[in-house]
Design a protein around this ligand. Structure first.
Ligand SMILES: NC(=[NH2+])NCCC[C@H](N)C(=O)O
Length: 404
């Protein structure tokens, strides 16, 4: 096992990463429910699972320790206090109904750890509840009605938690369908032996939205955060205060983005591949404006200043580079729009200038290769149906500082 978790950059050597293979949660997606679950289509689950294993194999081949979320959850719910916390959080009067709550909780407490993990991630339908008398909620929802909602976006663990240095930030999810992902991650951090001693949470007190796909650790001292559809400036201010108070970082670069699904997180239009190289979707990243947030002179205050330079220049300087080499989404404007939508600019660096990418983004991958990046591809046809690429499929736990 790799040592204590800690993330010091975006492109230094990746040592350990959290992933989440599609499973029971995605099996519940139907054409009627996928939109509400933030998926653009249903999934061919068997293929998605084997494609995810290809992703995992490439990571392992590169020497990265791959940690599966379901395994962590099984080991976590093996401990009684964690089991109770998660059962009480997900099986409530609001989910299964007042009539069933105590009975389902008692039943869940006795489940084997793997079955409980599948329930917590994959949800619970009326017919899965044992016993005949199920109360009003069950009668109205019908046999296949869902009492506990599945969490299909757990397969994008980038968003629900993010490591900054040796501490972890819990996502405050913009949409309620993703809120319970954070409860699961929080319980794992608090109870699993891998994290219990090592992980300290960065305390961001409020509930303003903040998602990991918007966060990038540029250097141990500077982080970059996008504010578009998902992350709000109110959350960024609170996060900056928490990180400054802890002496963790000196500067937060907060950048504005359009609020749209195609650019839901900063990492959908911009990812770093190496110390001075990024891939971007210029149609959006060209309009990004930055503010720098630093500790103010009076205690507890923030010093906020607009950055006059364009986005790429601000990021380059923060990285200690004279300029950032940019690889734009490849192809003509039609291809570019499609490859950006299919997460062509959402790659995962496993080492400086070595990235994992979806195979389908052929033009962008070729452009990256021409710029000297080693691009390792795996199939994205099924995995991408929830609008997330390799960076979203992963939450780095341990990553070295970048070489400048
Ligand atoms: N870091 C990312 N870009 N994550 C993508 C998350 C996709 C997910 N279906 C959502 O809409 O929330």
């Amino acid at each position: 096992m790799t040592g204590a978790p800690g993330v010091l950059s975006e492109t230094g050597r990746l040592r350990a990463v959290l992933v989440c293979e599609p499973g029971p949660a995605q099996a519940r997606l139907t054409p009627a429910t996928c939109d509400a679950m933030l998926f653009d289509d249903v999934m061919w689950l068997e293929r998605a699972r084997s494609d995810h294993r290809a992703f995992r194999a490439e990571l392992e081949y590169r020497g990265v320790e791959v940690v599966e979320l379901r395994d962590l959850l099984i080991e976590t719910v093996a401990k009684a206090p964690a089991r109770k916390a998660l059962i009480d959080a997900r099986i409530t009067s609001d989910t299964v109904g007042l009539g069933l709550r105590d009975e389902v909780r008692a039943w869940a407490r006795e489940l084997p750890a793997d079955a409980l993990a599948d329930l917590l991630m994959g949800g619970l339908s009326v017919e899965e509840v044992p016993g005949p008398a199920k109360g009003l909620t069950a009668a109205i929802l019908g046999a296949d009605g869902l009492l506990v909602a599945p969490l299909p976006n757990l397969m994008f663990p980038r968003d629900s938690s993010a490591w900054i240095g040796g501490g972890v930030l819990r996502g405050s999810m913009r949409f309620p369908v993703r809120a319970d992902e954070t409860a699961i991650l929080r319980t794992i951090h608090d109870h699993h032996p891998r994290f219990r001693e090592a992980a300290h949470p960065w305390p961001v007190p409020g509930s303003a939205p903040l998602e990991g796909g918007d966060l990038m650790v540029l250097t141990p001292q500077t982080i970059l955060v996008g504010m578009g559809e998902r992350t709000a400036p109110q959350a960024v201010g609170q996060m900056a205060r928490a990180l400054f108070d802890a002496g963790q970082v000196e500067r937060v670069i907060a950048c504005t983005m359009p609020k749209g699904r195609a650019s839901m997180h900063l990492d959908t239009v911009f990812t770093l591949c190496g110390p001075d190289l990024a891939t971007t979707y210029g149609d959006v990243s060209g309009g990004i404006a930055c503010h720098s947030v630093r500790p103010g002179t009076a205690p507890g205050t923030l010093d906020v200043r607009p950055e006059p330079a364009p986005f790429a220049g601000v990021v380059a300087a923060a990285l200690g580079q004279t300029r950032l080499r940019i690889v734009e989404t490849g192809g003509d404007r039609y291809v570019r729009a499609r490859e950006q939508w299919d997460d062509g600019n959402n790659v995962l660096a496993v080492a400086p200038n070595v990235v994992l990418a979806y195979d389908r983004n052929t033009r962008t991958n070729t452009a990256l290769r021409r710029a000297g990046v080693e691009v390792i591809t795996f199939p994205g046809g099924e995995l991408g149906r929830g609008r997330g690429g390799p960076r979203c499929l992963s939450c780095p736990l341990t990553r070295d500082a970048a070489e400048v």
